[in-house]
Design a protein. Sequence first.
Length: 315
Amino acid sequence: VRAYGGHTGFLPAFGFYVIDDISLSASQMYDRAILAQETVKGNYAVRCAYYSSDMKTRLENNHVLLAEVQAGLERDEFIYYLQPKCNLNTGKIVGLESLVRWKHPEKGIVAPGYFIPVMESNGLITELDMKVWEQVCQTLQDWIKSGHKVIPISVNVSSVDIYAIDVVEHFKNLVRKYGLPSEYVELEITESATIDNNEIFNLLEQFHTAGFKILLDDFGSGYSYLAALNRMHFDTIKLDKSLVDYIGDDNGEKLLNSITKLAQSFGMEITAEGVETVEQLMFLCNLDCDDIQGYYFSRPLPVKEYEECLKEACM
Ligand code: C2E
Ligand code: CA
Ligand code: CA
């Protein structure tokens, strides 16, 4: 066991090796336990792991990828795309989500599923996120200066960031630096970050006092903690795509109906993610869901492309 620190304190990480090969020396067994432990280092949700034979290869691959990602960060190869959120009552774009992309010199545009897990396990994600947040604020400032229509942009905040830096202070400084009203920058905090984390209550309060909106991301993707909805005041609940995909199934629809009613009774807005079909759209309309986000309406777009689309739509 070892402890790893963030600004909120130290967390233990446990690695186990169950002896299945008695020919190994004590130090080799110890190394295997350490390997297992490395897979959960910096992971705030999972704190222990058992050694398995594929861990060694996985860790070696991760180390190669991490070195590549680090070089990419130094060369400023990370950009972000924007995906619009559409209000179901007005049909208008009411928000945008920033989604990071790696402009890889050989692989082209790489989606975050490839590099975020390894960056989260090593803590490098915070450096990346801070770069994305800064780029987003720069764009908002450019829009204000050029008289472009300004729509709030939500940014993704990894649970790692919450432990690694003082996020509230960071965002307050960012909006001050770029001269932005804080309601233009919204924060998406994933559901898993709210589990086991009493600090999130204080965090929400501090963000609200500073005028930021907080969205609960991926709701329904894991072990949804319904009691948390009562105790934590999120401004918006983002229904995970896995829930939206229930549409068409009788029980699934009942579940969506109840979750939406519950969240709305707490005064929270609902955004449905991953909406792809007209059937899903119709169902969500009837449910009085506030906004939708998904390929049905628009894929995530490069910033320039989004600006062009908006110009054409206004002409
Ligand atoms: P997320 O925050 O839940 O973002 C939604 C994901 O669903 C995005 O994938 C988006 O492209 C995709 N999506 C949107 N509409 C549809 C649809 O109709 N159908 C399908 N099948 N997919 C749809 P993406 O861009 O690959 O991002 C994946 C995840 O990576 C994000 O999930 C988020 O958790 C993480 N991520 C993205 N950008 C950032 C970032 O800047 N910082 C951090 N920490 N995480 C990020
Ligand atoms: Ca998100
Ligand atoms: Ca999500």
